[in-house]
Design a protein around this ligand. Structure first.
Ligand code: FAD
Ligand code: DHB
Length: 391
């Protein structure tokens, strides 16, 4: 099998890249290890930055998002039983975010790819990227029990944090920057209308809690739990009681309960793999970097990477110049590190470390207090949350 750009992984990064390259007249083959139903049901991100929304629209993948997505003009910070709203458009010159689940983004892109795009093979697991530093890189993969080879001009490693692409970069070339956290998120989906019309990020002595949503009738909620927690350790009743405690306010706000349809635990990690390119292999999305979920940056970073990569490949095709491809890693990493910084800061601002001292608790509250009293501090948060522009 042969193609111009071999794409490993059909998450948001791989799917959008395939779509963008089709628009530029560049052929692709997408290899995805899992089956279609799995990829379409995997519960993950929910918040799209303005730039992500714009990119999906420009790729012709925004129709259902524009009908069903929920535009959000702010978030609420909750601490000390108080509530503070951050107004995005007022602080950023009109920017906002969109609530539209990653599952739906993937469904839309898969439908388009199958209808109009190049091959998208489900159940096709990449085993290795070979000869990445030559003019003829190859992906060895297994599909329906048979081993095969995809010969490419370029390989895009969009296979997430646990993929194989990254392992093709020799240890002496790669530099990894990493940090783990001693807590995780227990997330639920519940068939109940959200208890607030915007997201609520709560800092509490018992730990962080987040109220989010998927649709006007489906809530998504998260609780900070110790690292290593298993979902079955928490009954539904225990989860609702703990959420109520952490969201408690001095006014008459109440949390609506409903049937829990899904429960899972996500660990938290910061990770950057530099450079994001090795020869003709380009890493994009979670394959190259992970952020802790506080701040909702992961999917948005993946979109930023593939927009940059598609532009660079199209430029090379049109002009013969590899200048943008050569700049790919550095261009992406500037934005990646801003998102790493923001996600790390938001995590530190809102979570309670198991060994937090009273002094650190007071500092955390002082930082939150500062956000509610300084327009400069609040603007900094609003700009980062709604997204850093692409270079
Ligand atoms: P992935 O979505 O991981 O896709 C990689 C794909 O590659 C997968 O389909 C996988 O099956 C496939 N694959 C892996 N190995 C192979 C192989 N060897 N061969 C072939 N295919 C392979 N981000 C946000 O922006 N906003 C949010 O609100 C947000 N909330 C989150 C909440 C949670 C609970 C979690 C877990 C994450 C959240 N994120 C959020 C992060 C976001 O989900 C990820 O950053 C995003 O999925 C990255 O997309 P990707 O395409 O790079 O990788
Ligand atoms: C969601 C996830 C996040 O990490 C976040 O900061 C906001 C919302 C969500 O899944 O809805």
């Amino acid at each position: 099998m042969r193609t111009t750009v071999g794409i490993i992984g059909a998450g948001p990064a791989g799917l959008l890249l395939a779509r963008l390259l089709r628009g530029a007249g560049i052929d692709t083959v997408v290899l995805e290890a899992r089956d279609r139903a799995y990829v379409e049901q995997r519960q993950r991100a929910g918040i799209l930055e303005q730039g992500t929304v714009d990119a999906l629209r420009a790729a012709g993948a925004g129709a259902r998002m524009d009908r069903e997505g929920l535009r959000h003009d702010g978030i609420e910070l909750r601490f000390d039983r108080r509530r503070h709203r951050v107004d995005f458009p007022a602080l950023t010159g009109g920017r906002s975010v969109m609530v539209y689940a990653q599952t739906e983004v993937c469904k839309d892109l898969i439908a388009l790819q199958l209808a109009e795009g190049g091959p998208l093979l489900f159940g096709a697991e990449a085993l290795a990227v070979e000869d990445a530093d030559t003019g003829r890189p190859r992906v060895r993969f297994r599909h329906r029990g048979r081993e095969d080879v995809l010969e490419c001009d370029y390989v895009a490693g969009c296979d997430g944090f646990r993929g194989v692409s990254r392992t093709a970069v020799p240890a002496g070339v790669a530099q990894v920057f990493e940090r783990t956290y001693p807590f995780a998120w227990l997330g639920i989906l519940a068939d109940v209308p959200p208890s607030h019309h915007e997201l609520v990020y709560a800092r509490h002595d018992r730990g962080f809690a987040l109220l989010s949503m998927r649709t006007p009738s489906v809530s998504r909620l998260y609780l900070q739990v110790p690292e290593g927690t298993k979902p079955e350790e928490w009954s539904d009743a225990d989860i609702w009681r703990e959420l109520e405690r952490r969201f408690e306010t001095d006014d008459d706000w109440t949390l609506r309960r409903g049937p829990v349809t899904r429960k899972s635990v996500t660990s938290m990690r910061s990770h950057v793999h530099e450079p994001m390119r090795y020869g003709r292999l380009f890493l994009a999305g979670d394959a190259a970097h992970i952020v802790p979920p506080t701040g909702a940056k992961g999917l948005n970073l993946a979109v930023g990477d593939v927009v940059t990569l598609a532009r660079a490949l199209a430029h090379e095709k049109e002009t013969g110049s590899a200048a943008l491809l050569d700049a790919y890693s550095a261009t992406c990493l500037r934005r990646v590190w801003q998102a790493e910084r923001f996600s790390h800061d938001m995590t530190g601002l809102l979570h309670r470390a198991p060994d937090a001292t009273p002094f650190e608790d007071r500092l955390q509250l002082a930082r939150l207090e500062r956000l509610t009293t300084s327009r400069a501090a609040e603007t900094d948060l609003a700009e980062a949350y709604t997204g850093f522009p692409l270079d």
